[in-house]
Design a protein around this ligand. Sequence first.
Ligand code: GLY
Length: 375
Amino acid sequence: MEQWIDTAFASAARKFASGAKQAAAQGIIPYKSEGRRYAPSPFDGNSWWTGGFWPGLMWQLYHATGEAVYRDEALRTEELLTRELRAFDLLNHDVGFMYLLSTGAHYRLLGGRQALSDTLHAATLLAGRFNPAGFIRAWPGKDRAGYAIIDCMMNLSLLYWASEQTGDPRFSAIAKIHADTTLREFLRDDGSNCHIVVFDPSTGKVLDRPMGQGYAPGSSWSRGQAWALYGFTLSYINTGEERYLDAALRSARYFISHIREDGLTDSDFCQPKDEERIDNIAGAVAACGLLELSALAPAEESKTFRAAALRLLKAEYDLCADWTDASGGILQKCTASYHDDGAGRHVNILYGDYFFVEALCKLRGTDARLWMARA
Ligand code: GLY
């Protein structure tokens, strides 16, 4: 293994050991760093979709090191997140991101009746978003009953996990119907994916494919492409269905062919080339997917995928990581949406750090495998 991987992991562990104390002192679930301090989610308090990444980061570090500081911080923020289950109408399909990495990780690593119950509660809410017309509804709001988005491919892991835990096939059946719809309606012939599809909520007919967080309708938002790459890979791992592996391979080839020359990732692969707008979260998510895929792909592509993952991570390490105490986070130049939506542009956003650390853990053989239905 290359030396920089161990150096990066040790530096991340050091940074977030003090970060855990800082966040606890502030009493928040960190969303991004602002200097040494953290800022909470920009919208919707602790029901905002990103709340699971901080405890997920803590659980990954706890799993890799056994240090109590990470476990205690994960448990502190879990307490804040589980309160949101009561006001469930503010939650959306991202309960997969939120609870698989918090209560789900807790249950996987330590066991515990309440953690199991809270994670199954979240899975039941996600299953309740299923529209029999063939998709999982993304967001609340009367005018958005037909919206589904590519990001949901990552949330499906919660459903596969719930079927494994309970022996009830309905969770997994819903996940597969949604994955099949995504394969059919989001994945384009060239391997790129659109972000949003609007269905008629009564018939399932496609009404529109509007612009989401990317550059324009019909463009290719890089983080959405990373969600597809990793999400289809996880659906294959969790079901063994070959069509998901095929979709993951196609999404991966498209992503790899659009990595910038310096190894970083544009916010949208179709954005104007005279403007620098980078999203290091997309690169870190894609690296996680590519590392998993390299173990599943045909031999001739396996090395390509691993090499691409290392190229993405090394570029982030060399060009965009802040290891000093001046920043509470690692990856700089993270971009929430191509068109600034107030959630951050070219700043540190901590779910990028979650995936960067998850990728380092995969390379070091300590990944807690939080997205897998079976440990
Ligand atoms: N909507 C989830 C994301 O920003 O990736």
